[in-house]
Each structure stands twice: as C-alpha cells, then as structure tokens.
Design a protein. Structure first.
Lengths: 364, 346, 301
C-alpha cells in the first residue's frame, strides 16, 4: 500500500463522513444545558421530557436538553471556567455560591425561587446487603469492629458532604423536625433564623466518631456519589453505603431488591440541592425565559410527582403523603438550624486545613 | 507518557538461540507465559467476555439501539425503550466524536511531524537539540496536567479566557470541505462558540498528548539517511516538493505509517486530558469518556462493549505494526543501510 | 561551512522550521507556560506549604512508590520476557512477541476498566479461589463426591485487589510492560553468543556468565527501559482511577489529588502539584539521558 496523498485524503474523508453521519440531530429551536450533580441523570432525563412537552404546548418551540453530570464541585468549577450552562442544579448551596462569587450568577439567587431555591430535598440513609448481616441500624453502628463503610469523598462530592454532616449531626444529636407537616417546616425555618451559636461544631463525641469512621472503616472514597454506589453495588466492596436516599433507591432498583436493603437511621439531615439560572450565560444566549420557566416547572405538581417517583423528597406535601410508603418520615435536622449554613460548615469542615483534612494523618 | 517506545523488535537478523539448561529453560518460558497471560491475555479476554456476556444482540444494541420488533405494551416499557434508545444514540455519538477528533488530530500531527523532521534532520542550526527535546516534552506530562494547562489557558478565568470564551467558530457550511458532508465532524451544530468544554478543546488536548508520535518515528530514520539523496535529486533539477515526494517520502513511509498508527491509537484512547476539558456533557463524550459514564450508570456490559471496540482497534494497531516491522525488515535487507530503528529518546 | 552549503541546496528551512516553531509554541509551549504562570501566583512559602502538605506528600509517596514497585517488577519480569523471546524457540513465541506492545495500543481507560473488573471480589482473579473451589466441587459432584472441599477453603487464592494500592501497582505494571522488553530485546538480539561460549569455556557457570558477561552489556538498555516505565507510571491517570481507592494518604495518587484540588476551586495548588509531577518526570528523563550518554561514551571509548 502506497501512502499517497490521494489515499490519505480518501481515508480521512471517509472517516470524517462517518463522523458527520452520527446520530440524527433534530433541528431544535432552543438548547438548554443543565449542569447537575452526580445522581440526577435519571431524574432530569424524565423532567426534561416533561418540560419539553409543556413548553411545546405553551409556545410551540422545541427545547432540547444537554445534560452534564459529575461531582458537584467539579461541575461548579466547569461552569466558572466557561462551561455554558443555562441552569445549574447542584448538590449544595456552597457550589452555587462559588459560581455567584465568580460573577456569573446574581446574588439573591436563593430567594428567587421558593423553598431556598431547592425544588426537592433528599436525605442521607444506609444501603446494606440483603438481610443486613452486620445489623446496621443507626449512626453508632457504623464504627463497630469489622464494619466497612462506603461513602463519597467530602472533598469532591456534594453527597459526601451531606453524608459527613449527617453523621456529625446524628452523633451530636442535632435538633430535628418533622418536615412532612407545615408546622414542622415552619419550626425548622424559625429555628434557622433564630440560631446564633452552634455548639454542635465543638461536639467532641462527634469529632472522635468521625475520626474513627473515616480513618478505620472507609476503604474507598470515591470522588462522586455515583462512584460510591458503583463501588458498593457493582464492585461489591463494603458492608454499608452512606449516600443520598435517591441513590440508594436507584441501586436497589437497578440491582434487584433481593440484593440490598435500605435502612434509615433514627435521625438524619435534610439535604437541599438548590437550582439556579446562570445569569451571565442566559443573557448571552438569550435563553432566560425558557431557563426560568424550566426551573419553575420543577415546582409544579406534575414535576413533583416525577421527583417523588424517582425517590427524591418533593416539597409538595401532597406528593409527600402520596409516596410516604417509599419515603418514610425520618426526623430531620437542617444545615441552617444545626450548622448555621453552608459557608460556615464548609470553612470548618471541608475547606483546606479543615476538620476533614485533619482527620487523615497519612499512614507512614 | 514518557518517551513512547518507538522501538521496533529487530526480528530481522538471526538471533542467538540458546538451548540452556532444560529446567531453567522451561521455567523461564513458563514464567513468561504466565506473566503475559495474567497481564495481557486475561484482561483482553475479559473485555470481550464481559462485552458479550448478554449475547450478540445485546452487544450490537449498544450502538444501534433496541430493535423495535414489538411495540411497547405499557408506559413503563415505553420509557425503558426510549431510555435504551437514548443511551445507544449517546454511544454512537461518542464513537462519531472519537472518529471526528482523530480525523482532525492525526493529519495535524502528520503535517507537524514531517515539517519538524525535515527542519531538524536536513539542517544544522543552533538550538536544534533543544528543539528535538521540546518535541518530546508532551510525553513527560501527566495527562491530567495536559488537560489542566488548557483550562488554565482557555478557561474563562484563564490567560486568554476573555478571548476564548467569546471565540466564535467559523461556519463550516461556508467551507466546501470535501468529505465532511457539509457539517463539521465534531459538532458545529451543537457548539458554535467558546473553546474550552467544546470539541475544539478535546482536539487541542488530543493534539498535545499525541504531538511527538509522528515526529519521533521519522526523525531517527531521516537522521540516519542523511541528505545525500535529496541533494542529488535537487542538483538534477527536481523541485523541493518533488524531492520530498519522490525521494524522502518513499524512504520514510513505513516509519511514517508506524507513527501515524500509534498517533491514531492514542488519539482514540486518550482519557485523562480529554476528561478534564470535556465538561462532562454527553455531547462531548469520546469513547473512553463514554466508557466511564456507562460504567457509572451501572451498565457494565455496555461499558465493556465500547471498550471492546477500542480493544479491537488496539489489535488492528498491533497487526499493522507487525506487518510494518516485517515490511521494514524486508526493505532493510533489500537496500542495506536504512533500517527502521528508533531508540529511546535521545 | 558545510551546514551553510547544505542550507543553500536543500529548500524549505524557513518554512519547516517556522511551521515547527509556531505549532510547537501554540500547542505545547504556550499551554505549559500557563501552568508556570499560574504556579507563579503562589508565593514561595505558599508553594512550599502546598507541596509539603502531609496529604500531598502521601499522594506523591504513593504515586512514586507504586510507580517504583511497578517499574521494578517490570525490570525483572521484562528482562525475563525479553530473554525468553530472544533466546528460546517455542510454539507461540511470535504471538507473545506481538502481544508485548498491547499496553501501548490499548486505551488506558479500557485497561483500568478490565483490571478493576478482574480483581473484583467476584472477578476472575479477585475470586479465583472461590471459583476454583466451585469448580473442584462441581467436578467432584459429577464423580459422586459432593462437597469435596469446603467452598470457602480456597479464600486465600482470592486476589481481590481492586481499590487497594496493590491494584494500582498491577495496572501500572501493565502500562509499563513493553518498555523494558522493547529496550532490552534489540540488544540481546545483537549480542554475539561467542562471548558466552568463551566465558563458559573458561569455566564460568551460566549465572556467572549472565552476571559478568551479558548483564553489563544490556544494562544501559535495561535501565533506560525501566526508567521509561517509571516515568510513564508517574503520570498515569486513566487506568488508575478505575482501580484506586482515593483514600487520602493510602490510595490517593497525585493526579487524582490534582483533580480534587481543581474541583475545590484551588487552581494554584493544583498547578503546584502538577508542576512537581512534571519536574519529576523531566528529571527522570534527564538522568536517564545522562546515563545513556555516559554509557555510550564509555562504550565507544
């Protein structure tokens, strides 16, 4: 075979033509990029279909979605570095605050939408192997001898951070609320507003428990929530997975209810994954109207029902009641009331040189 | 990847065969076979076993989508079917993306390799050795760092961030580029501005990590051949281009092909650098990124299926390489002197 | 003078050198410059504090340690492989020879995927003992001896190394496998067996002959192959992330730490760690080139 110019052109032409005839690309009116955290792939696939239908009926325009999923921090960084996300739906407020600080989202994003801009919540629970062979019932069981715990890294994963806070608050017995009732929600809100000091940070028992847990019982710290589930369910490492409730349900459904059981601790944390429109991007692309409608759609009964079906906890209390069999009422503490919000929690626990870093005295 | 081995096993000359002590001989052979079985054969066989673990139909479904032999009976089935279809579309698009990226990266590197080789082997100038060393530099850069540097350069907060984020791609429909079917192979219709987190960034990162391959394969050979033949051709009145085309190119064609194959394999296989600049969007997935995503979506079999395509590509690479070795050895025997041989970085 | 004369005869100096320099600058030097600029944003004490942070040091230790162990394994096993492939003739030799290059051709993500799968608790190697026990028992059952051995008696043959440092070493052995073999092979091929015969006729045993006669000859190539394998392993990411456990100080490699720092919005720290990796790789290559030059000079002298 001679390597002639004609051959080369032909070969690369053919390759390129192959590339050009990839999957059919619909001629779309609007494209939205939703940059989200790890476990929400399945959720937003459903939500996107629903919203596209609603928007088409309302305006006649076709919306297509591009999804991006990864560790919450990594996703926020990508947006800051120039990933042109119309909306961000991340695991925790801190990551959206980081985008706000970079000047891409206007301040006050958390009050632009109802419920702290978190259209759904979730909590942290345990996934154990069928029959619960190690008898894991509550937080204190995690450090029993011989128990191996899988959880995502709090350094990179939003789910990992919520899990860390859930353990800390669970051991330190943070004040909990019944969030399935309007009264409970109101109580949680006023507790958050009234709180001035947070003795929970100085709880020695929680600190020593966390130290033992992460040092001697966690064999793998995956970078994202999904990676941790894969380690536990697919790679079959460890006895208990601490992760987002929705992530546990998905694993159970994916691998069969005969393999895993979900165990709820006595108390846990209210995880609030917030959403926001990226102002700088939607103004540049001219997609503000549709992006805002998209986020508001998340609060509609229709979307709240889908949210509950995929085992996130809807804000809509009717949906909460409807799916209470799958989403049992667990007394929950909130980050605002118990820890004084994300900025404080992040600086104390997860920032460089914070509590989490000091846990690891690297082995010689 | 530090100093890729552009070594060619010199199976041309008759090697000294030892009989050795029979026990040692058997022991060593057994050791080698076990070593290579555990580290090469088993992993590869595992890729194909896992890929075919659900049968051939499931294997092809990964790219072609579920066959619609019967309409879905209820909503749940319909949903499942459309999910599977969407998954296979994403996989097919990742394959197209890999092909498209390679189709841009490989010719760029061939052109660069030939230019650089011509400059550093046909002329003597100050800084020549430094230049050769710099060409090798990307091999010693960790892929993650290779991705990172493009974020630092072209990210919104990077050195050229302001320019790069507002960069508008030239409209490909105005370029009647033969073979591209009127569309940009790497997704113009989905991205038309910005550089980082678009396919352009993937091309840049891939060019970086594959930069030295072609140059490194042809430089040693052109160095060994010297300039006599070119000088002769030129003195007989041939133009520079004709001299290159009819004198130099035939001499280096095997080395060039070899470098091209290695470059292609790496362009298809790069993971670390591409993962840093891809922005995690489905539309930006190349095959290795798609493998990671499928794995994260619990679709073990599909992940291994895409992996098996790359493993097949690796096998084709090996077969081509073996053929080239053989051809090179033959032509080396025919005209003594020029042998296809490239040592470790010099 | 000669150079000047040649430059006149052969055309294209300006074009090719210009093109080379421009391309090299755009694609390689400029991006690497960005790395230097970002690192320079840290003050010296900050830079030092970043790269000497215990977690970072532990990641370096794991990266360099695992790479060194893998390179050492490759040095020994690769030498054996090269020797067997050159010196012995046996069926399947050519196939094995062709297979050596496989790790170069196989994308690292695929390698990581399949290795992490092989060394899982229920993978082929990770669950080898259990599988063997099952096999023995089912064979026994078909012969009329059910439950020949307790099903968990071969648990010590389960090499479940996924998410452990051992797993990292295994996959690094894979990616560095061809370097030593392909460096040593040509030298062994060129080697004149007369020297060996001479040594043996002088009464040297096979070991002495190898140690005193053959090994010094292949030493430079062997060393260069091993250090290439080491340098390759230091930067490896794609394959390792599938199998590394990411526990700070235990199974978190440096490239993974870079990604983590990035995700935590700490660009300067990430670049500082990246810079150290880069300098380390460059140092390795420089030292290796130095050794090579020295040996070559000594040989020609």
């Amino acid at each position: 075979m001679m390597l002639t110019r004609r051959n080369l052109v032909g070969a690369f032409g053919a390759m390129a033509a192959g590339a050009a005839f990839g999957p059919a690309r619909a001629a779309a009116d609007i494209k939205l990029l939703n940059v989200s955290y790890d476990p929400t792939r399945e959720l937003y696939t459903e939500i996107n279909d629903g919203f596209a239908a609603v928007w088409k009926a309302k305006t006649g325009a076709t919306v297509t979605f591009e999804q991006s999923h990864g560790g919450s921090g990594k996703q926020a960084r990508s947006v800051i570095d120039g990933l042109k996300a119309d909306v961000v739906t991340l695991a925790l407020g801190w990551d959206i605050t980081a985008i706000e600080k970079a000047g891409l989202i206007k301040s006050g994003w958390q009050t632009r939408l109802p419920d702290n801009a978190a259209p759904y919540t979730s909590t942290v629970a345990f996934l154990v192997r069928k029959g619960n062979p190690k008898g894991i019932k509550d937080w204190a069981d995690l450090t029993r001898p011989g128990v191996q715990v899988i959880t995502p890294s709090p350094k990179t994963s939003g789910g990992g951070r919520w899990a860390f806070l859930a353990v800390w608050g669970g051991i330190a017995k943070a004040k909990t609320f019944d969030l399935t009732t309007p009264d409970g929600n109101a109580a949680a809100k006023s507790a958050a507003e009234g709180a001035t000091s947070f003795p929970i940070y100085d709880n020695a028992e929680a600190k020593s428990f966390i130290t033992t847990l992460y040092n001697s019982h966690v064999p793998v710290l995956d970078t994202g929530a999904r990676g941790a589930t894969v380690s536990f369910a697919q790679k079959q490492i460890g006895d208990v997975l601490i992760n987002w409730e929705n992530e546990l349900w998905l694993a159970k459904e994916e691998f069969g209810a005969d393999k895993f059981e979900i165990v709820y601790p006595a108390t846990s944390i209210l995880g609030e994954p917030p959403v926001a429109v990226v102002d700088a991007v939607v103004d540049q692309k001219g997609t503000r109207a549709v992006a805002e409608a998209y986020l508001q759609y998340l609060y509609t009964p229709e979307a709240q029902d889908v949210i509950a079906q995929l085992h996130y906890r809807p804000r809509n209390l009717d949906a909460v009641k409807k799916y209470s069999a799958d989403l049992p009422n667990v007394p929950l503490f909130t980050i605002d009331a118990a820890f004084g919000g994300w900025t404080k929690a992040h600086t104390t626990f997860f920032a460089d040189g914070g509590v989490f870093d000091s846990l690891y005295k690297p082995a010689q | 990847m530090a100093g890729a081995p552009l070594l060619v096993s010199a199976s041309a000359s008759a090697p000294p065969v030892t009989r050795g002590h029979p026990v040692w001989r058997r022991l060593l052979i057994a050791g080698t076979v076990v070593f290579l079985t555990i580290f090469i054969v088993l992993p590869v066989v595992n890729v194909f076993t896992q890929a075919l673990s659900k049968g051939v139909a499931a294997y092809t479904e990964v790219f072609t989508g579920p066959a619609a032999d019967q309409p879905p009976r209820n909503l749940a089935e319909k949903r499942k079917l459309s999910t599977r279809r969407a998954q296979s579309e994403k996989t097919a698009s990742a394959i197209a993306m890999s092909v498209g990226v390679a189709a841009v990266v490989v010719p760029l590197n061939i052109l660069f390799g030939l230019m650089a080789a011509w400059a550093v082997t046909k002329f003597r100038f100050r800084g020549r050795l430094l230049l050769i060393a710099l060409i090798d530099l990307p091999f010693s850069v960790s892929p993650v760092v290779a991705g990172l540097i493009f974020v630092l350069l072209l990210g919104r907060t990077g050195l050229f961030g302001a320019w790069a984020t507002n960069f508008v791609w030239p409209d490909p429909t105005s370029i009647a580029w033969r073979g591209f079917g009127g569309g940009w192979p790497i997704g113009f219709d989905r991205f038309n501005s910005g550089i980082i987190f678009t396919p352009l960034a993937i091309v840049l990162a891939s060019v970086f990590v594959t930069f030295p391959f072609v140059a490194r394969s042809v430089i040693p050979l052109m160095q060994a051949q010297g300039t006599d033949e070119e000088v002769a051709a030129l003195s007989l009145g041939a133009s520079g281009w004709r001299t290159f085309r009819f004198v130099t190119l035939p001499n280096i064609r095997w080395a060039l092909l070899y470098g091209t194959i290695l470059c292609t394999a790496r362009a298809f296989g790069e993971f670390g650098a591409v993962s840093v600049v891809s922005g995690n969007t489905d539309a930006n997935d190349t095959m290795p990124l798609r493998i990671e995503k499928l794995w994260n979506e619990y679709d073990n079999q599909a992940a291994f299926t895409v992996a098996s395509l790359l493993a097949l590509l690796a096998m084709v690479t090996l077969v081509l390489k073996t053929l080239i070795d053989w051809r090179a050895a033959r032509s080396a025997r025919r005209d003594t002197g020029a042998t296809l041989q490239a040592g470790p970085p010099s | 003078m000669v150079a000047a004369a040649k430059r006149r005869v052969i055309p294209g100096f300006g074009l090719t050198l210009g093109y080379t320099l421009v391309t090299l600058s755009c694609f390689v030097l400029l991006p690497l410059g960005a790395l230097a600029v970002r690192t320079a944003q840290l003050s010296w004490p900050e830079f030092w504090a970043t790269i000497t942070d215990p977690v970072v040091v532990a990641a370096y230790r794991l990266t360099f340690g695992a790479s060194a162990v893998a390179a050492l394994c490759n040095a020994v096993l690769g030498l054996m492989t090269a020797w067997v492939l050159v010196r012995y003739r046996f069926p399947g030799r050519r196939l094995l020879d062709a297979l050596i290059d496989f790790p170069f051709a196989l994308p690292t993500a695929v390698a990581g995927l399949t290795f992490s799968n092989l060394y899982l608790k229920d993978g082929w190697i990770g669950g080898f003992g259990d599988r063997l026990a099952g096999l023995v028992n089912s064979a026994g059952a078909s012969l009329g001896y059910p439950a020949l051995i307790p099903s968990d008696s071969l648990g010590w043959l389960d090499f479940a190394y996924t998410n452990t440092p051992t797993g990292i070493v295994l996959v690094l052995i894979f990616v560095g496998l061809p370097f030593v073999v392909r460096s040593v092979q040509p030298v062994l091929q060129e080697w004149d067996a007369e020297y060996e015969l001479a040594a043996e006729s002088l009464g040297a045993g096979p070991f002495t002959t190898f140690r005193r006669v053959i090994f010094p000859e292949i030493f430079p190539a062997w060393l260069s192959g091993s250090s290439l394998a080491f340098a390759r392993a230091v930067g490896e990411y794609g394959s390792v992330i599938f199998i590394a456990g990411n526990i700070p100080g235990k199974s978190q490699i440096a490239p993974l730490l870079i990604v983590q720092k990035l995700d935590d919005f700490q660009y300067a720290q990430a670049t500082a760690i990246g810079m150290v990796l880069l300098l380390a790789s460059l140092a390795i290559l420089l030292v290796m080139n130095g050794i090579e030059t020295w040996v070559r000079r000594r040989q020609t002298a």
